[in-house]
Design a protein around this ligand. Structure first.
Ligand SMILES: [Ca+2]
Ligand SMILES: [Ca+2]
Length: 177
């Protein structure tokens, strides 16, 4: 299940949505951004609902959100940021705080390069220690499980860190592994 409301500013990939947001990420590695993404637009939002499978709070990070961030130069990351929220019922939401105005971007999504790409490598996209992307731990928001993950582009950031491009979401700790 997926629901969404795109924002303005960048329609890239929206004609291939939602299929383009399902399946594994197609990361561009450290230094290149994937084009297997949907731009959700400034202030846009996409919600994944995991009907047959929950994200559960296991050891370490429990799910990963993949954008198309990449390193440009030695340390600078080309980031496009979104706030991640989780919910058990689709009504009450808990947000991972995403308020930084400069790098490092804390618990925002959209600033870690995506390394897993089943077309090009054997990196496990569900393993937060190797997959790249932005990993989130339900323990940080005091939830045992989540059925919904909501991704909302930060409307206050436009320009170079402007609009979140969604590649995929992976569950690291699933109720049905
Ligand atoms: Ca956890
Ligand atoms: Ca934005």
């Amino acid at each position: 299940m997926i629901s969404y409301r795109f924002g303005p500013g960048q329609p890239f990939g929206q004609d291939k949505f939602p299929g383009i947001a399902f399946g594994p990420p197609k990361g561009g590695g450290c230094c290149g951004g994937s084009t297997d993404v949907v731009s959700i637009g400034n202030g846009g939002t996409v919600t994944f609902g995991f009907s047959g499978n929950l994200v559960v709070d296991g050891p370490g990070p429990d799910f990963i959100v993949f954008e198309n961030a990449f390193q440009s130069g030695a340390t600078t990351v080309f980031a496009e940021l979104a706030t991640i929220e989780v919910s058990q019922d689709g009504v009450d939401w808990r947000a991972f705080p995403c308020t930084a105005m400069e790098a490092p971007w804390g618990s925002c999504a959209g600033w870690h390069p995506v390394l897993a790409n089943p077309d090009k490598n054997s990196i496990d996209p569900t393993d937060p220690t190797v997959a790249g992307g932005d990993a989130f731990d339900l323990a940080d928001v005091d939830l045992d499980f989540a059925r919904y993950v909501r991704i909302t582009d930060r409307v206050d950031l436009a320009g170079p860190t402007g609009i979140f491009d969604l590649d995929a979401v992976a569950i690291a700790n699933a109720s049905c592994p």
